[in-house]
Design a protein around this ligand. Structure first.
Ligand SMILES: Cc1ncc(COP(=O)(O)O)c(C=O)c1O
Length: 449
C-alpha cells in the first residue's frame, strides 16, 4: 500500500498523503471534487502553459459585428469554390468506392490522392514519388508535426520577422524559440546580412537552431515573394549551417503578376540535392479550405518520421475527404479553378491598391506592399501610430484589419496591419478602404502627424 499525493494546483494543494490508494477511493475522490474544482492550472504541462491564445482569432470575434467590412480574415473568396464539381466528386465516393472512402485509411494518405499529388508536383517542376508525400489535415497540421519532430524545449528555429501566426503558435506549444529575421528593404526575402549577423550572435551564445521556416511565395502576412537569388542564398546558408529548410507554400499557385520562380524544393534538387527542404502544400487556398487537406513533401526517411508523429494526432487524414479530393482532381479541373481564382484576386488586389492610393493620407512613412500574388498586403504606418490601439476605432467605424503585432514574437512592431483582399467584394473594398483611411487620418491628426 502506497501513500500518494494526487495532484497540486498553483492555488490549492490536494494532498492525499494519508489516504490509502485504491481505484475506488480515487474515483470517489475525483467525483466528489469535480463540483468544486475550478482551477486546472496546476495540472497543465509546461507545453500547455506555453501555448498562447491566438490574438487574431480573439480579435476576429469582434469583426463578426453586422455591417462591418472585414479585411482581417484570410478567407478565400467563396465564389471561387467549384461547388457543383465538388458535389459530383463527393457522390462518386459513395457510388464508386464507399468501402474505401468510409473506412480507416493509412497514415501516409489515400493512394489515389497521393498519385494525383505526384502529378501536381510534377506540374510545378518537382519530381517526387508517393514515398515523398504525406497527406496532412492541411498545412496547419504539418506546422504542428515539424516542431514535434525536431524541437526539444529551448531549441530554436529561424523565421521571418514578421511571420505566419499559426507557425509561431505551433513552435511555442513545443516550447521552441524563434530567431526572427527582418525582410530586406527590396522586399525580395530576408535581409541576408541580418541573418548572418543574428545567427552568428546566436551561435556565439551557445544556442542551437534546428530549421529555417520560410514562406517564399507571397508571404503571410507581408505578401513578399523571394527572388531567385535570395532563394539560392538561403539554401547556401542552410547547406553551410546544416539546417533543414521548411518551405510553406499555401499561396504559391496564386501568382497574378510577374514570372514564376522555382520553389526552394526544386532549387535544392538542382543545387546540391541533399534533401534538406521539407515542402508544405495545401488545398486551402487553391480549392477549398473546408476540406482541411494538404500534404508534406520530403525525403522518405523524414516522411516516415512525420508519419509516426501524425499517428498520435489523428491516425490518418479524413479518408472521405481524401477520396473526394482525388475524385475531383481526376477530372483535371483544378487548373481552371486556380485560373479563375487568380483572375478574381488579381482584380481585387488591383482595386485595393487603387483605393489605397486614392484615399490614404500622404505621408513618407505610410506605405504598403504591392504583392504579386497571394491574399494579403501589408500596410506600414508612421511609428507614432499604434495599430493595436487604433483597431477599436476602426471597429467603431465598421472596418477591420489584423494588427501587425500579431505576427511578431519577442519584440513586436505596432505600426503595421495586414489587409486581406480576397474575401470582400470590389464595392466593399472601396468602402472599407475609405473608412480605414478616415481612421488613419484621424489618428495621424490626433498625434500631430
Ligand atoms: C503561411 C501559412 N501556412 C499555413 C497556413 C494554414 O493553412 P491550412 O491549414 O488551411 O492549410 C496558412 C493559413 O492561412 C498560412 O497562411
Amino acid at each position: 500500500m502506497q501513500a500518494i499525493r494526487l495532484y497540486a494546483s498553483s492555488e490549492r494543494v490536494y494532498a492525499h498523503a494519508t489516504a490509502v490508494w485504491s481505484p475506488a477511493a480515487f474515483m470517489r475522490t475525483r467525483a466528489s471534487e469535480e463540483t468544486t474544482m475550478t482551477d486546472f492550472a496546476g495540472l497543465y504541462s509546461q507545453n500547455a502553459k506555453n501555448m498562447k491564445k491566438s490574438t487574431i482569432r480573439e480579435l476576429l470575434k469582434l469583426t463578426n459585428k453586422p455591417g462591418i467590412i472585414s479585411f482581417a480574415g484570410g478567407l478565400p473568396a467563396p465564389e471561387t469554390f467549384p461547388v457543383e464539381d465538388l458535389r459530383v466528386a463527393a457522390d462518386a465516393v459513395f457510388t464508386k468506392c464507399p468501402e474505401i472512402g468510409l473506412q480507416y485509411g493509412t497514415t501516409e494518405g489515400d493512394s489515389m490522392l497521393r498519385a494525383e499529388l505526384v502529378k501536381i508536383e510534377a506540374k510545378d517542376g518537382v519530381k517526387v514519388g508517393v514515398d515523398n508525400i504525406l497527406v496532412t489535415s492541411a498545412s496547419q497540421q504539418a506546422l504542428d508535426i515539424l516542431p514535434k519532430v525536431f524541437l526539444d524545449p529551448g531549441d530554436w528555429i529561424i523565421a521571418g520577422h514578421p511571420t505566419y501566426l499559426g507557425a509561431i503558435q505551433a513552435v511555442q506549444s513545443y516550447r521552441g524559440n524563434i530567431l526572427g529575421i527582418p525582410f530586406a528593404a527590396a522586399e525580395d526575402g530576408f535581409d541576408m546580412d541580418e541573418l548572418e549577423r543574428r545567427y552568428a550572435a546566436h551561435r556565439a551564445a551557445g544556442k542551437f537552431v534546428k530549421y529555417l521556416y520560410v514562406i517564399p511565395d507571397f508571404q503571410n502576412p507581408t505578401g513578399i515573394c523571394w527572388s531567385l537569388e535570395k532563394r539560392k542564398a538561403l539554401l547556401r546558408f542552410a547547406y553551410r549551417e546544416n539546417l533543414v529548410v521548411v518551405e510553406d507554400s499555401p499561396y504559391r499557385e496564386i501568382r497574378f503578376v510577374g514570372e514564376h520562380i522555382p520553389s526552394l524544393y526544386q532549387l535544392e534538387r538542382e543545387m546540391e540535392n541533399r534533401n534538406i527542404v521539407v515542402g508544405l502544400r495545401t488545398f486551402s487556398k487553391i480549392l477549398v479550405p473546408g476540406a482541411r487537406a494538404g500534404w508534406i513533401i520530403g525525403h522518405p526517411d523524414l516522411i516516415a518520421k512525420f508519419v509516426v508523429a501524425k499517428q498520435a494526432m489523428d491516425l490518418c487524414t479524413n479518408v472521405f475527404t481524401q477520396r473526394w479530393l482525388a475524385e475531383f482532381l481526376a477530372t483535371g479541373k483544378l487548373g481552371s479553378v486556380i485560373e479563375n481564382t487568380k483572375a478574381n484576386y488579381r482584380a481585387k488586389r488591383m482595386h485595393m491598391l487603387e483605393q489605397l492610393e486614392r484615399y490614404m493620407p500622404k505621408h513618407p512613412e505610410l506605405h504598403w506592399t504591392r504583392p504579386e500574388g497571394g491574399l494579403f498586403l501589408w500596410l506600414s504606418l508612421p511609428g507614432f501610430i499604434n495599430t493595436d490601439e487604433m483597431f477599436h476605432k476602426a471597429i467603431a467605424k465598421n472596418v477591420a484589419y489584423v494588427v501587425g503585432s500579431a505576427f511578431y514574437f519577442g519584440e513586436p512592431e505596432h505600426n503595421s496591419m495586414r489587409l486581406n483582399f480576397s474575401y470582400s467584394s470590389k464595392a466593399e473594398i472601396e468602402e472599407g478602404i475609405k473608412r480605414l483611411a478616415e481612421v488613419v487620418r484621424e489618428e495621424m491628426a490626433a498625434h500631430g502627424g
